[in-house]
Design a protein. Structure first.
Length: 164
C-alpha cells in the first residue's frame, strides 16, 4: 500500500475535521476518529510491515504489530470491551528493553470530546493543528519475558520497542 485517502463530509457523521471561521480566525473541530487515525499513523509508519503474532488475545481485544524501517517494533492493543480493563501479556521475542507506552483515551465510548492521545488533546477546537497539554507517555519494562499492559475499556494502547 502506498497511501490512504480519507473523505470527510462537513456536518455529517462522516465529518472527521470540521473547519469554521469566527471573526476572521479559522478553527478546526477534531472528531474522535482523527485521534485513532493519528495512532494508526504512528503504529504503521511508511515502510513498516505487519508482524505475525503467535498468541491469541483475550475476547474483545485486538492486537496488531509492525516492524518499522527505523528498527522499532510497534504493537497496538485495542480493548473493544465497554467495561473493564484488559490485561494483556505480550511476548515479543525480537524486542529489547523497555517499551514506550501511549494510550488513546476517551471519557466513554460515545464521547465526542475529552479525547486524549498520549495525554494530549486538540481540545474542543484548534487553531494550531497541534496537540496540546502535558505528554502522558510512560515506559514499561518486560517481566519474565513479557510486556504486561493494562488497556482501559473502549481504548487503545500503542507500545513502541527497539528490536533486538
Amino acid at each position: 500500500m502506498s497511501g490512504v485517502n480519507i473523505h470527510t463530509v462537513p456536518n455529517t457523521i462522516n465529518e472527521i475535521l470540521g473547519p469554521s471561521i469566527t471573526n476572521g480566525q479559522w478553527q478546526m473541530k477534531v472528531h474522535p476518529e482523527f485521534y485513532g487515525m493519528m495512532m494508526f499513523a504512528q503504529a504503521a509508519p511508511p515502510g513498516s510491515r505487519l508482524l505475525a503474532l503467535s498468541s491469541t488475545p483475550p475476547a474483545g481485544v485486538k492486537v496488531w504489530a509492525t516492524s518499522g524501517t527505523d528498527g522499532h517494533i510497534r504493537v497496538v492493543v485495542i480493548n473493544k470491551l465497554l467495561s473493564g480493563p484488559a490485561v494483556v501479556a505480550l511476548r515479543i521475542p525480537a524486542a529489547s528493553g523497555s517499551a514506550s507506552v501511549e494510550q488513546l483515551l476517551a471519557p466513554s465510548v460515545s464521547a465526542t470530546g475529552g479525547i486524549t492521545l498520549g495525554g494530549q488533546t486538540f481540545g474542543a477546537e484548534t487553531s494550531t493543528g497541534e496537540l496540546a497539554g502535558a505528554s502522558a507517555l510512560t515506559t514499561l519494562a518486560p517481566a519474565a519475558g513479557s510486556y504486561v499492559v493494562t488497556v482501559p475499556a473502549a481504548s487503545a494502547t500503542l507500545l513502541t520497542l527497539s528490536s533486538g
